[in-house]
Design a protein around this ligand. Structure first.
Ligand SMILES: N[C@@H](CCC(=O)N[C@@H](CS)C(=O)NCC(=O)O)C(=O)O
Length: 213
C-alpha cells in the first residue's frame, strides 16, 4: 500500500486526529508539512487543496479530501471495512447513536476546546495575551457541557454506547491539550469522563501521535 499523503502540521490538533486514525488502521502516511506558524496554509498551492486555508487535507489514490472528521470516516470506510470504529450502516440504531455522538463532539466539545486552548496555550506561546473574560465564559460553557458528558458516560462506556468509535477518538487532541498542556481538571475531576479519557488516551495509536503526527 502506498502511503496516503497528509498535508498538515504535525502539532495541529486536526492533523493529529487524522494521523491517529491512520495509526488505528495501520494505514501508512506521509506528512507533507504545511507550516501554519508561517502562514503556509494560505498559499495558492494549499488553497487549491483546502479552499478554507486550514489543515489538514489528504491525497489518496487520486482522491483529494479535506475536513479531518470526513477524512477519518473515509479512512475507516476504505481501510477498516471490518473495524467497529464506525458501526455498520445496516445497523440503524448503532449508526444513529454514532451520529449522535459525532454531533456531540463537533458541536459541544470541539468549539470550547479550541477556544480554551487558544486562550491558555496558543496565544501565550505566540507572545499574545489571554482574554480573561472570554476564557471565563468558555470555561463556564465547557463545564456545563462536560456535566452532560458525565451523565452520559456514567451510564455507558463510550459516547455512542459500549463500543469505542471514532466519535470518542475525535476528542483526543483537545482533551489531551486541556489536560496535559493547559493543566485543567475539566476532564479528570469528573469520574466517568476521567475513566473514559483514560481508556481512549491509552490506545497505542494515540500514544504514537499525541505529541506530533
Ligand atoms: N474543521 C476543520 C478545521 C481545520 C482547522 O481549523 N485547522 C487548524 C489547525 S487544527 C488550522 O489550520 N489553523 C490555521 C488557521 O486557522 O489559519 C477540520 O477538522 O479539518
Amino acid at each position: 500500500m502506498s502511503p496516503i499523503k497528509i498535508y498538515g502540521f504535525r502539532f495541529s490538533s486536526c492533523t493529529r486526529r487524522v494521523a491517529l486514525i491512520c495509526k488505528e488502521l495501520q494505514v501508512p502516511y506521509e506528512l507533507i508539512t504545511v507550516d501554519i506558524s508561517k502562514g503556509e496554509q494560505r498559499t495558492p498551492a494549499h488553497l487549491a487543496r483546502q479552499p478554507f486555508g486550514v489543515v489538514p487535507a489528504i491525497e489518496d489514490d487520486g482522491l483529494e479530501l479535506f475536513e479531518s472528521r470526513a477524512i477519518c470516516r473515509y479512512l475507516v470506510a476504505k481501510y477498516g471495512p471490518t473495524s467497529t470504529l464506525v458501526p455498520d450502516h445496516k445497523d440503524i440504531i448503532a449508526t444513529a447513536k454514532f451520529e449522535q455522538a459525532a454531533s456531540i463532539e463537533n458541536n459541544n466539545f470541539d468549539p470550547m476546546g479550541g477556544q480554551i486552548m487558544l486562550e491558555l496555550v496558543m496565544k501565550p506561546a505566540r507572545g499574545g495575551q489571554t482574554d480573561q473574560e472570554h476564557l471565563k465564559s468558555v470555561l463556564a460553557t465547557m463545564n456545563s457541557k462536560l456535566d452532560a458528558y458525565e451523565t452520559i458516560l456514567s451510564k455507558q462506556k463510550y459516547l455512542a454506547g459500549d463500543t469505542v468509535t471514532i466519535a470518542d477518538l475525535f476528542h483526543l487532541p483537545w482533551a489531551y491539550g486541556l489536560t496535559e498542556k493547559a493543566n485543567l481538571d475539566l476532564i479528570t475531576s469528573r469520574p466517568s469522563v476521567a475513566r473514559w479519557y483514560q481508556d481512549i488516551s491509552a490506545r497505542p495509536a494515540w500514544q504514537a501521535v499525541k505529541d506530533g503526527a
